[in-house]
Design a binder for this molecule. Structure first.
Ligand code: NDP
Length: 483
């Protein structure tokens, strides 16, 4: 099998890294190297930032309608290559092909189309102070900005950042995760195919420590939009302290999924299973702490195990598979270490799959059965730390005030899902819960106009809709007095 080479995309051209060094890229389903990516360093970042800086004046002054058309063209190119991109995403991440088709690639198209529209709808305020004084707010593009994205939803989250950045008139240097660079590379190829204006979008591959750190601390980078782990987000914040850059951080989560006895039981169980194990539990919004009212606790755990038993685990390329491989050997080892930790903390591990029954192709892949853990208290490390794998804990509660306390007893504050037929209870909890996103009787229902992000250790700032457009612009108040 030939090994593909994934080069950088700088100034409209696919190019080798300055060092000519490459890193291996592994297919998680098989454990085999199938491509190699540019191992970029500060020289490549300088090259990309220079290209972005040169492209900025023309791009930022292009009428919004024309920027919008470029984003639509990019969206069309992704839509036209939907299947090959879905295959690539599935291969690179280990996620089931159906998920890559229906969620990842579809959402990448939607992100670009949404912000193509936002470019033409974005407006700013004016304030009439008195009959002879008016203030208006100018919102101007910043310049070259950095977009850094993680491995769990590679093209989906990359486009979620670059689309508003470009729509608002900035030029971009993006660094995708070194673990899942494939669809970002294919996006670069599409940019070449459609003659996307050179330097407006640049994609540099490589490690976070080398390429990522050089990018975020680059003096010409005006803003950093980062999605990834809380530790990395903190490290970036510290590294650029004093540089006065705008920073948006979308970080980890340990999200409560709260089920009251008065709920649509079947729907709650089905969604709890989806919420805990979609993408092998590798979504920042996964409900990994499940709280169930004691009256239905036993019944709920049994029903959830029955649902888990229906998940077909296997080769991500198989369109009937629901549950694929974890992203890397290192990540698999990390998640497994949490299973050991949970046992040592007194937890009971419940799984519905005795064996994995994998095909030959997948025998060296990074698979792990979905697991529920019972018997842990809320203060233990298994309940406090983000595991980011197919592992959820279940605890029972007896009152609304108790479950609120449990839910908020976490360093994280990204999302929560509440299941109840009691409308007062829903509103009360939605108000009191410490999370940036609250779903009631649903999970992962998204409207791209709404603010997206977390509080506490889950991040700083919000993405989505005009919040993202505002982040990627500098505000200037102009006060005019006339006679
Ligand atoms: P990481 O924090 O390890 O990496 C995220 C990105 O940052 C990668 O591109 C990485 O490159 C890069 N990076 C690493 N170190 C640095 C550095 N010092 N300077 C600049 N860039 C750096 O996260 P993961 O990729 O492991 O993603 C999983 C995490 O992302 C989980 O915690 C999850 O909760 C969170 N996440 C949050 C979301 C949200 O919206 N709140 C959504 C999705 C995920 P490299 O890969 O080469 O290390």
């Amino acid at each position: 099998m030939s090994v593909k080479t994934l080069n950088n995309y700088i100034n409209g051209t696919l190019c080798e890294p300055a060092s000519k060094q490459y890193l291996n890229n592994i297919e998680p389903a098989t454990g085999q190297v199938y491509s190699r990516l540019a191992n970029s360093d500060a020289k490549d970042i300088d090259h990309a930032v220079d290209a972005a800086e040169t492209a900025f004046p023309a791009w930022s002054t292009l009428p919004a309608e024309q920027r919008s058309r470029w984003l639509q063209r990019l969206a069309d190119a992704i839509a036209d290559n939907h299947e090959s991109l879905a295959q690539a995403e599935s291969k690179d991440t280990g996620k089931p092909i159906q998920l890559a088709r229906n969620v990842d690639i579809q959402r990448a198209v939607d992100n670009l189309r949404f912000f193509a529209h936002a470019a033409t709808q974005f407006s700013s305020e004016s304030h009439a102070t008195d009959s002879r004084t008016i203030n208006y707010t100018l919102r101007q593009a910043l310049g070259p900005v950095a977009c850094i994205s993680p491995w769990n939803l590679p093209l989906y989250l990359l486009t979620w950042k670059i689309a508003p950045a470009l729509a608002a008139g900035n030029t971009v240097v993006a660094k995708p995760s070194e673990i899942t660079p494939y669809t970002a590379y294919l996006l670069a190829q599409l940019c070449v195919d459609i003659d996307f204006p050179p330097g407006v979008l640049n994609i540099v591959h490589g490690t976070g420590k080398q390429a990522g750190a050089a990018l975020t601390s680059h003096p010409k980078i005006k803003a950093i939009s980062f999605t990834g782990g809380t530790q990395t987000g903190t490290a970036i914040q510290q590294a650029v302290l004093g540089q006065h850059k705008k920073i948006s951080l979308e970080l980890g989560g340990k999200n409560p999924f709260i089920v009251f006895a008065a709920c649509d039981f079947e729907q709650a169980v089905t969604t709890a299973c989806r919420s805990a194990f979609s993408n092998q539990g590798q979504i920042c919004l996964c409900g990994s702490r499940i709280y169930v009212e004691h009256k239905i606790y036993e019944e709920f755990v049994a029903a959830m195990l029955a649902k888990m038993a229906q998940l077909k685990i296997g080769d991500p390329q198989d369109p009937t598979v629901d549950f694929g491989a974890l992203v890397s050997a290192q990540h698999l080892a990390k998640v497994q270490s949490y299973l050991e930790l949970a046992k040592s903390e007194g937890g009971t591990l419940l799984t519905s799959h005795k064996t994995l029954n994998l095909s030959d192709r997948c025998q060296h892949g990074y698979y792990l059965k979905p697991t529920l853990i019972t018997g842990l208290d809320s203060r233990c490390r298994s309940n406090q730390e983000e595991i980011f794998g197919p592992v959820a804990t279940v605890q029972s509660f007896s009152s609304q005030s108790e479950v609120l306390k449990l839910a908020n007893d976490s360093p994280y504050g990204l999302a929560a899902s509440i299941w109840t037929q009691n409308i007062n209870q829903a509103h009360q909890l939605a108000t009191d819960i410490e999370a940036g996103i609250v779903w009631v009787n649903c999970w992962l229902t998204r409207d791209l106009r709404t603010p997206f992000g977390g509080m506490k250790a889950s991040g700083m700032g919000r993405e989505g809709g005009f919040e993202a457009m505002r982040f990627f612009t500098e505000m200037k108040n102009v006060c005019i007095q006339y006679k």
